[in-house]
Design a protein around this ligand. Structure first.
Ligand code: PLP
Length: 393
């Protein structure tokens, strides 16, 4: 079975590049060049050097003793929460801005929902010295003021999207429109393994440093590079794709993707795409999508802004369809309990997104010798308000 993208941009039945004609030249330029660029020695050297000295990689693989005791097994946390800017998202934005530089681009655009991808993009634009414009729904700008100000401090221009519900989908539309009008000097940095080919593959490759490191670190700490399980939360699916990537062909490694069930899968307020979705086209690729009978996107809901997305990247639709990854979900309540639980057991306050992956551990019965890796995608600093409102700690 092949789990990686084919040369037409498909993962099994999912993927492709469903784009308006006006965007074709931009996407085609990227498709024709990305593999060549990222395999150059000079690129790799610059990328890995920044990951090491700017991001702080390798991120630790931490044996979580008290959490392990609770589940009667051996649990390691991959500490993406310790990366510069607080999550895995910077791995991708660094990779993409180095690609943009080599394509001769001078300007960067991005879309952002809660602002995390916007901050990671504004950060690398400051680092490289490129002009940065971030589109953000007006409603999201009001809900996420600190991230708006972070982007501005970093020198980015934040443009409110005023159409539709004034949230992520509308910001994405505005960014696409901008790109159509500025094809030669601008690169669009997409923040997850979504969008038209080659974005999902390019982003997965940049994030694959996560599983590359897990393998090395497990070899050092356990004398065996292969875990029995890898858990990761899935919004669009970039941290999960990165944590799974180098284990895809090792069928004995169980891959567990954790979606946000919100207030419950059947509550009407959920973001559990594989449980509720049907094939459709969103943001340029064919994938599973939460939609109405006649194909309109249903607004998803999760307590965590990063998981509040109506689709998943095409790689995940494929892994779900062929059964290579197991897809489970955690509700808001389960995730918040797990986040507070981890804080008290290990002294690590996780991002609410990452807390979903921790919550899913309860749904499994492990052997005492199993090696379980949970990708801790981000830290909880940004979620303090959510924890305070939740209150039960
Ligand atoms: C954005 C975000 C996610 C979700 O995005 P993926 O592309 O699914 O990884 C998960 N965790 C954190 C901390 C995030 O900021």
């Amino acid at each position: 079975m092949n789990y990686k993208v084919n040369d037409r941009g498909y993962y099994g039945n999912f993927g492709g590049a469903y784009i308006p004609e006006m965007l074709y030249p931009n996407v085609e330029e990227l498709r024709n060049n990305y593999l060549k660029i990222i395999s150059e020695e000079g690129f790799k050297k610059e990328f890995y050097d920044l990951l090491k000295n700017y991001v702080g990689r390798p991120s630790p693989l931490y044996f979580a003793g008290r959490l392990s005791q609770k589940h009667s097994t051996k649990i390691y946390l991959k500490r993406e929460d310790l990366c510069h800017t607080g999550s895995h998202k910077i791995n991708n934005t660094i990779g993409q801005i180095l690609v943009a530089k080599r394509l001769g681009k001078q300007k960067i655009i991005a879309e952002t929902g809660a602002g995390q991808h916007g901050v990671a993009t504004a950060t690398v634009c400051a680092l490289i010295g490129m002009e940065c414009t971030v589109y953000m729904g007006k409603v999201d700008m009001e809900r996420q003021k600190p991230n708006v100000e972070r982007m501005r401090i970093l020198g980015a221009k934040v443009v409110p999207a005023l159409s539709g519900n004034m949230t992520l989908k509308d910001a994405t539309n505005e960014a696409m429109r901008h790109w159509i009008n500025n094809p030669t000097d601008t690169h669009y940095i997409i923040g997850s393994v979504v969008g038209p080919h080659p974005y999902p593959d390019m982003v997965a490759r940049f994030q694959s440093v996560i599983s590359e490191e897990i393998k090395k670190q497990l070899e050092e700490q356990e004398g065996n590079p292969y875990p029995d399980y890898v858990f990761a939360c899935v919004g669009g699916g970039s941290n999960a794709a990165g944590a799974f990537f180098n284990f895809l062909d090792d069928e004995h490694v169980n891959l567990v993707a954790v979606e946000a069930a919100g207030k419950g899968i059947n509550s009407g307020e959920s973001a559990a795409t594989t449980a509720l979705g049907k094939p459709g086209v969103l943001h340029g690729s064919k994938t599973l999508l939460i939609q109405t009978e006649d194909g309109q996107v249903i607004e998803p809901y999760s307590i965590s802004a990063g998981l509040d997305y109506p689709g998943i990247g095409p790689i995940h639709s494929h892994l779900f369809e062929v059964g290579r990854a197991k897809f489970v979900s955690a509700t808001d309540d389960e995730a918040m309990d797990a986040g507070i639980g981890l804080s008290k057991l290990e002294g690590i306050i996780p991002a609410v997104e990452s807390a979903h992956a921790i919550a899913a551990l309860d749904q499994f019965q492990f052997d005492k010798d199993d090696i379980v890796v949970v990708n801790l995608s981000g830290r909880g600093d940004k979620d303090l308000e959510t924890y305070i409102r939740w209150g039960k700690y």
